[in-house]
Write a protein that binds this ligand. Structure first.
Ligand SMILES: [Zn+2]
Length: 380
């Protein structure tokens, strides 16, 4: 009996030793010409009317570096590379060196570090006011865009309060009852669509997103059951963000302004899967979104754009060049604890430099909010 167990054990150990180790992934180096973005220079006393926060979930410096090499080559400049102000952000949560997206987004939305999995409640489970909630009484409108379900941790932290990110049906109900004026993403399966249609205009197709007159009612657009599956029939982060900006800009002409958070959610998912090719596809949509919003900032001259990540995912390492390829290796299927980049452009952008905590991003945003009494009408 004992001998049989030993033989079995030896067999499994041999199998493990002989199991082919995963080759390092090779990514072709691209050769695109940099599309130079016109940058307007803002005075340090100028304040923004609108604030747009773009999040690359799981997007560490190496996700950006590898995408740069793959899209255009070693000296290519992505849109994010052309952001005029840069800094670093620490990412740890209340209880851990590594954060999840729930605690990471709670830090931006509320300025408080919380426990992983908690959505805009403190470690002792008290509700924390979020940026859209604070702004709703200050003559601003708010919007959210995500390529995940709109009830996923990052967007949820801007309107929901709950001690588990996985209660997505409850989070969906909190979105329907929230102060968010436009929400675009996936997650249809979590909503009671009858209740939703009583409180907002509901859209579910790419065609209606791009071509329908949205009017002045609240808008909730859900384009997939859960995360948005990337296909020509589904809207991209770029398309949803452009539509949300157009809507918010029109609705806030005589208000103090708007706040928009737009997340490239699936850069994180591809990094969890250690799939560099897919990560780069997701990153390209994120960078195209940044390019478009930078052009909006240059033309509009009243909007501040901030870009950051909640954490790095996958421990991505860029190893060496072999001919026209770059060899990469992943260190984990999980999140890591290293700092991430912060990028800013527009009035107030100079505040987002140096090393900051993720909670400081909330504090800097709130320091730029217009607190004066509204002149014309309360934004609703
Ligand atoms: Zn993740």
């Amino acid at each position: 009996m004992k001998f049989r167990i030993l033989v079995l054990l030896a067999f499994f150990i041999t199998l493990l030793l002989l199991w082919p180790s995963k080759d390092n992934e090779k990514i072709k180096i691209g050769s695109k010409i940099t599309d130079v973005i016109e940058i307007h220079s803002f005075g340090k006393d100028e304040r923004p009317k609108n604030i747009i926060l773009i999040i690359g979930d799981g997007t560490g410096l190496n996700q950006i570096a590898l995408s740069r090499m793959a899209i255009g080559g070693l000296d290519y400049k992505l849109a994010i590379d052309q952001m005029p102000y840069t800094g670093f952000s620490l990412t740890h949560s209340h209880n851990n060196v590594y954060t999840d997206s729930a605690a990471g987004a709670t830090a931006w939305a509320t300025g408080v570090k919380t426990t992983n999995r908690f959505i805009s409640v403190s470690p002792d489970k008290k509700e924390l006011p979020t940026i859209p909630e604070i702004l709703s009484s200050k003559d601003y409108l708010s919007g959210l865009v995500a390529t995940s379900s709109i009830t996923h941790a990052t967007p949820a932290a801007f309107y929901a309060h709950i001690d588990s990110r996985y209660e997505e049906e409850e989070i969906a109900e909190q979105l329907v009852n929230s102060t968010i004026s436009i929400a675009l993403g996936g997650g249809k399966e979590f909503f009671d669509l009858d209740k939703l249609k009583d409180s907002a205009r509901f859209i579910s197709t790419k065609n209606s997103l791009l071509n329908m007159e949205l009017g002045s009612s609240r808008v909730i657009g859900l384009f997939d059951d859960d995360g948005i599956y990337r296909s020509p029939n589904k809207p991209t982060q770029l398309e949803m963000t452009n539509r949300a900006i157009k809507y918010l800009n029109e609705q806030t002409e005589s208000c103090h302004g708007f706040f928009l958070m737009s997340e490239g959610s699936q850069i994180d998912w591809a990094s969890h899967d250690n799939d560099a090719e897919k990560m780069i596809v997701e990153f390209e949509d994120f960078d195209n979104t940044i390019r478009s919003v930078m052009n909006f900032v240059t033309a509009d001259k009243e909007t501040l754009l901030i870009i950051t990540a909640d954490h790095e995912t996958g421990g991505l390492q860029i190893l060496k060049q072999v001919d026209d390829f770059v060899e990469v290796q992943w260190g984990t299927g999980r999140h890591t604890g290293i700092p991430v980049g912060v990028y800013a452009y527009g009035p107030g952008a100079h505040l987002f430099t140096g090393l900051m905590d993720n909670t400081d991003i909330h504090k800097k945003i709130m320091s730029l909010v217009n607190d004066s009494e509204p002149k014309n009408r309360i934004c609703k």
